[in-house]
Write a protein that binds this ligand. Structure first.
Ligand SMILES: NC(=O)c1ccc[n+]([C@@H]2O[C@H](COP(=O)([O-])OP(=O)(O)OC[C@H]3O[C@@H](n4cnc5c(N)ncnc54)[C@H](OP(=O)(O)O)[C@@H]3O)[C@@H](O)[C@H]2O)c1
Length: 270
């Protein structure tokens, strides 16, 4: 058994971990929490400075960190990159944290089709492609963990964020189906659905962010769910209640309430 394998067994923490969205927010927090001697991290993102900053912090904690600049809008490139990383160091965990939001501009009838396409690629097409390849390779080796970050937006018909809520709903169903398929192969598949997390993404929203959690707290909940091999975890708890309420309230009424919600998004800061 290799040093990484012995370490992973002792700490219940995977040895070789791929993390998308490691240049910011929850993904960077997950990377920091995974970082320790014996762990090799493959950190993916687009912003090289922030990616290298995450890598430096992880290396100070004793991990080996490789960074990769990659746009997840290109699923084929992402698939090739995952195969390269997994060939270099067989992945014990593949954590897909990257995601993009969109809120329909107040004066627009719909979201832009180009934006909808981009969100579908980054939030759904690429994660499901990567998860499938990781699952196949891990199942052949007889072990592994795959995690995706969804959103509580998946539970609601958000008229002002049709692409975001739709892409996260698709991702949720895909991941729980993959969980069912992979259980007999000792591959844990988990999706977490967070509420508001205090990252660059939610800071763009104009308005209240109830039950706000830190990225560190979200990362710990994600890693706990991964270790337990949970299929689906929602946090913080009030969003579980919101989900249950929506199931019992008639849909036309829910839609009328949601149509009245005033949710706006500030432009992206680089
Ligand atoms: N924050 C919240 O309130 C909240 C709530 C529910 C769910 N989530 C989900 O949590 C996940 C992490 O979000 P966050 O809050 O940590 O947001 P964040 O701070 O904005 O980080 C998003 C990450 O995704 C990466 N990313 C975005 N587009 C990409 C692309 N086309 N190709 C490659 N990487 C890309 C970013 O990389 P670069 O910066 O390098 O481009 C960044 O590392 C997302 O899936 C999000 O939907 C967030």
């Amino acid at each position: 058994m290799s040093r990484n394998e012995q370490f992973a067994k002792r700490r219940l923490m995977p040895g070789n971990v791929l993390i998308t969205g490691a240049s910011g927010g929850i993904g960077a927090a997950v990377a920091r929490q995974c970082a320790r001697p014996g762990v090799t991290l493959f950190l993916w993102g687009r912003n090289i400075e922030r990616l290298q900053q995450t890598a430096r912090t992880c290396e100070l904690r004793g991990a080996v960190a490789h960074v990769r600049v990659l746009d997840l809008a290109n699923a084929q490139q992402a698939l090739t990159a995952l195969r390269e990383d997994d060939d270099l160091a067989p992945l014990d965990a593949c954590i897909m944290a990257a995601g993009v939001p969109d809120i329909r501009p107040p004066d627009a009838l719909t979201e832009l089709p180009e934006t909808v396409l981009h969100i579908a690629e980054v939030n759904f097409t690429t994660p499901v492609t990567l998860a499938t390849e990781a699952a196949r390779r891990m199942a052949e080796r007889g072990a592994g963990r795959i995690v995706a970050i969804g959103s509580v937006a998946a539970f609601h018909d958000l008229p002002f964020a049709t692409a975001y809520s739709g892409s996260k709903a698709g991702l949720l169903r895909f991941m729980t189906a993959l969980h069912a398929a992979m259980k007999p192969h000792n591959v844990g598949v988990t999706i977490v659905s967070p509420g508001y997390i205090d990252t660059a993404m939610s800071r763009r929203l104009d308005g209240a962010r109830p039950f706000l959690m830190s990225p560190e707290a979200a990362a710990s909940r994600l890693l706990q769910a991964m270790r337990r091999r949970d299929a689906h975890v929602v946090f913080p708890k009030p969003f579980i209640i919101a989900r249950l309420l929506e199931m019992v309230i008639p849909r036309p009424l829910v839609h009328a309430i949601l149509r009245r919600a005033r949710v706006e998004q500030r432009p992206l800061q680089s």
